[in-house]
Write a protein that binds this ligand. Structure first.
Ligand code: SF4
Length: 136
């Protein structure tokens, strides 16, 4: 295994059908903006099940791995564990901040991407992620 480079890697489920999945993405990006790209980055989840070598190389070097899932399907945690990695912290938004999952397409047929996204949910999720990054 390569030397650890001290960066935390976040794997977010980034589910594009639901408010919960998109919130994992927005909150993870906000956490990286707050903490800095020199200390934390977002991993390429889709690269793990298809054995993309640079994704494994970067994950091997991680100081620790945090998974962020929207709902109890826990697509990110399961994918990362199936790839053989140990997770320092698993965050699930419906469990940990009480989010209610709904389709991004619920409501008006002319929905915009963020119509079903709640800024307070994004903020709460970001705070949990930041806390997990800073935990020793
Ligand atoms: S964990 Fe839930 S919200 Fe995230 S990608 Fe899987 S099904 Fe979608």
């Amino acid at each position: 295994m390569e030397e650890k480079d001290g960066k935390t890697v976040i794997y977010a489920c980034f589910g594009g059908f639901s408010n919960t999945g998109i919130t994992t993405a927005l909150a993870s990006m906000d956490a990286v903006k707050e903490i800095g790209l020199d200390k934390v980055c977002i991993g390429c989840l889709g690269g793990l099940p298809i054995n993309v070598k640079p994704v494994y190389e970067n994950t091997d070097k991680a100081k620790k791995i945090i998974t962020v899932d929207g709902c109890p399907m826990e697509c990110s945690r399961k994918t990362v564990e199936n790839a053989g990695y140990k997770i320092a912290k698993s965050i699930v938004l419906v469990r940990d901040i009480g989010m209610k999952k709904k389709s991004l397409y619920e409501g008006d047929e002319n929905n915009h991407l963020t119509d079903n996204i709640n800024e307070e949910d994004v903020r709460k999720a970001k705070e949990l992620i930041v806390k997990a990054i800073l935990e020793e």
